[in-house]
Ligand binder design. Structure first.
Ligand code: SAM
Length: 323
């Protein structure tokens, strides 16, 4: 299994398949996606090769992300290919819910195990203010289909923002009373492009944690393949609540994930300076060298990110790598 000099082991790959996004989330791409050059995304065959290499290294969970991954027409084929890779036990997807109601059944039929849907508000006007559009109807219809489908886990990603949806925290929590979803609050992260927005809108995960713990929620243990969230349950609620708290002191100590950008660069940290290109080895089909290169690069993985000190590395926004 892949291991870094700190002894951390890696079982989870986050694979971006495009950096293109059709939404304008105010904390991410407020002016929309800007294409600086002709995109050269990994092809389906290249994705198969890269995932197979990581699977040989003991990666057993892959999350497909973006940009907006559903914008790629071959997403169903990508899900199927990853699902059929020996060693991969779980395929997950993160989406902004664009056309979720029309597409989610097909993804489930391709073998998708888990889906994370981004939803910052249950109020259409607030949603429009935060992400640039109101997609609540297609999202809710899509969540219903997902819950009835073979997809085993449906999670919601919510970024709480002091000047916007923070006042709707209790309304969001009420949602999981009768809905068996996991609602995960992602602490707003500072990127190169959102510094002022971050200052005005950051709410610490600790503050949200205190609020829910004082309302009877109790922390549950992490599963084997769990992501970075701390998860909470409540006897009177069907759903769970989770937190992703990148500013907490112990966040990087439990890091078990690596990232591949849509153009085939291996990123050791979401907030690193740059990635290591695997493209040449992929294009030439050099499997053994690719496996060796990945294992060697892991030795450069830093102990921690430097978000606390206000450094976001080379990360202009999270759409470039998928969060
Ligand atoms: N387009 C897909 C989506 O919207 O879910 C996948 C990519 S998006 C970058 C992944 C997640 O990152 C979304 O839930 C989004 O809300 C979150 N995100 C984006 N920028 C963020 C930031 N600066 N801080 C915290 N979360 C952020």
């Amino acid at each position: 299994m892949l291991q870094d000099p700190q002894g951390r082991k890696f079982s989870y790959l986050r694979l971006s398949i495009t950096d293109l996004c059709n939404y304008r989330c105010t904390y991410c791409l407020p002016d929309g996606y800007k294409c600086n050059s002709k995109p050269d995304y990994l092809s389906l065959d290249e994705i198969k090769m890269v995932v197979a290499s990581f699977a040989r290294h003991g990666i057993n969970k892959v999350r497909i992300t973006g940009g907006e991954p559903s914008l790629r027409r071959d997403l169903p084929e990508i899900i199927t290919a990853i699902k059929n890779t020996p060693g991969i036990e779980k395929v997950a997807l993160t989406t902004n819910a664009h056309q979720l109601d029309r597409k989610v059944q097909q993804w489930a039929d391709c073998g998708l195990d888990a889906i994370n849907i981004s939803c910052d508000s249950l109020d259409g006007r607030m949603m429009k203010a935060i992400i640039g559009r109101d997609n609540l109807a297609e999202m809710m219809a899509g969540i219903d289909i997902a819950l009835k489908s073979p997809i085993k886990q449906v999670k919601i990603n919510t970024v709480l923002l002091k000047q916007h949806n923070y006042k709707q925290l209790d309304q969001l929590i009420d949602w999981v009373k009768d809905t068996p979803i996991s609602l995960r609050f992602i602490e707003l992260m500072q990127t190169i492009d959102n510094k002022e927005y971050f200052k005005a809108n950051h709410v610490s995960a600790e503050e949200i944690g205190k609020h829910i713990e004082s309302n009877g929620w109790a922390q549950i243990l992490r599963g084997k393949n769990a992501g970075p969230a701390k998860e909470f349950c409540h006897p009177e609620y069907d759903g769970h609540i989770g937190f992703i708290a990148p500013y907490s002191n112990d966040f990087c100590a439990s890091c078990n994930r690596l990232r591949i950008s849509s153009v085939g660069k291996l990123h050791l940290c979401l907030f690193g300076e740059s990635g290591y290109s695997l493209r040449d080895l992929i294009v030439k089909g050099r499997e053994t060298e690719l496996d060796q290169f990945i294992a060697n690069v892991l030795q450069d993985k830093p102990d921690t990110h430097f978000l606390h000190q206000g450094f976001s590395g080379g990360t202009t926004d999270l759409a470039m790598l998928g969060g």
